[in-house]
Write a protein that binds this ligand. Sequence first.
Ligand SMILES: [Zn+2]
Length: 306
Amino acid sequence: MAGGAAEGAVGVIGGSGLYEFPGLADVRWRRVRTPFGEPSDAFCTGRYLDRRVIFLPRHGRGHRVMPSELNFRANIWGLKTLGAEWVISISAVGSMKDAIRPLDLVVPDQFFDATKRRASTFFGDGIVAHVGMAEPVCPDLATALEKAARQAGATVHRGGTYVCIEGPQFSTKAESRIYRGWGVDVIGMTNMPEAKLAREAELCYATLALATDYDVWHETHEPVSVEAVVRNLLKNVATAKDVLRAAIPAIGPGRTCECPSLLRNAVITHPKAFPRRTRQRLGLLLDKYFPGERRRRAPAQRSRRG
Ligand SMILES: [Zn+2]
């Protein structure tokens, strides 16, 4: 289990209420520059029981960044740059089903993207890729989270659909009823496009969703409010920390899932047609598949495209 410098790190994105990871050794806050702008905050790197951990408070320390303002690309790019291979997304959610009670945990296996204005791919500008999203969650990481949640004594539901809305307002009752009609299990504002970008970056991604309320659809529970969310968040965050402490030592060190090669057949643009700047910008993702294109010179590229 002891890891060298090349050992992959476990990334943790802390959601509402979780802005630090206590118990890390050798802590260093590191800022990362990305081709996509600024991440939510510096990344807290350290070690937990001999595993490398990289923690990012999704909304920044002090909770300054609202869901629509999150730079999801910079956050995922930063984690990848620092050597993350896994990303545990800790997320507060509303429950859309009676059986998922506030304070329960959910490890969703599907997402429905109902967001409206978020940059949701690293690609574009001349290089097109279509990454598969049929199974958006890493099964191995999901299993580690589920087991750790049981170990921590929490009630955990494995599987389910997370509908991601734009926010920052909570849903209307009509919206909430319609989402329920779609058969979703939980509702939140942050897992999309985070999960899509994690796939493009070939990171194992799974969410530990912490139910805080019944959104606005329940006949006998009050509609969701910040006050109710915060009250249950404080209880949930203690549980989330217990789950992380149990999960992290159980992850890796190697990966046997398909996540590390998700881009292998996803890029549809012919390498000879890659614009030089875009190819350079995406080096972190493309170098391993297109090593010969790294130093392509612009004039040669133009003539070949003819
Ligand atoms: Zn995986």
